[in-house]
Design a binder for this molecule. Structure first.
Ligand code: 6PG
Length: 227
């Protein structure tokens, strides 16, 4: 049984940013670190900018950043999710470089996935976890019900062991790296960021557990909807 909490937020960027930062402060109080996974695509850009703007006093030094997925392009490429996050948040938030876990989209995808897997495993081991546990993992939703780079019909949907794998997807650019559902569902809190009212139907179908949609495999989530 999946559990979903839906919040229709008036000022999408500001309200989402505030929600994320409040959860981060709680994580730092409780565990001394805020492990935040960033979503890719276009929607999150304004939320990240609002986090940078509203987070002047946020303890960024105690924040660790991961990426739910990445396109296999260099970090300065216009399609890079890292570039979008750097421009909107990371260039403004004083997060230690060693705490920004960039997926290396510019190298061989299998090698990049293995490298990322090892990075997450090292932290998980230090924390006594079977696999890395995000405090908050942000996700987007595609019109076909995909999330991260987990697309309909992909064998990646059934990955049960690895946390990060290379995939080929229908959304350009096709070659990508993605977190898998075991890692996604290990998060303390998954937050879907959906601003486009045109996605209202697919949101409802995912929340109803429609098996056509990969995002239906997220077992528990908070939905921040801008409509
Ligand atoms: C990506 C994203 C992808 C995105 C959705 C929604 O790298 O493309 O991870 O899952 O979140 O496609 O994208 P928009 O926010 O641009 O609609």
């Amino acid at each position: 049984m999946n559990t979903h909490t839906t919040l229709h937020i008036a000022d999408f960027a500001t309200d989402a940013a505030r929600t994320i930062l409040d959860l981060g402060r709680t994580a730092i109080i409780e565990r001394g670190l805020f492990r935040l996974g960033l979503a890719g695509g276009d929607t999150p850009r304004i939320v990240y900018a609002a986090m940078a703007e509203g987070g002047a006093d946020f303890p960024w030094a105690k924040t660790q950043i991961t990426f739910g997925d990445e396109r296999c392009v260099p970090p300065e490429d216009k399609d890079s999710n890292y570039r979008m996050a750097r421009e909107s948040l990371l260039s403004a938030a004083p997060i230690a470089q060693g705490n920004v876990f960039r997926m290396h989209g510019e190298i061989d995808p299998a090698a990049a996935a293995a490298e990322y897997e090892a990075k997450l495993a090292a932290v998980a081991m230090r924390c006594g976890e079977a696999r890395y546990v995000h405090d908050v993992l942000l996700l987007g939703l595609g019109p076909d019900g995909h999330t991260a780079s987990l697309f309909p019909g992909s064998p990646a949907l059934d990955e049960s062991t690895r946390n990060v794998i290379p995939v080929i997807g229908p959304k350009p650019p096709p070659q990508r790296l993605t977190m898998t559902f075991p890692l996604i569902n290990a998060a303390r809190r998954v937050i879907f960021l959906v601003k486009d009212a045109g996605k209202a139907q697919v949101v409802a179908e995912v929340q109803a557990g429609d098996p056509r949609h990969p995002a239906s495999r997220v077992t528990s989530a908070t939905w921040l909807l801008g409509f």
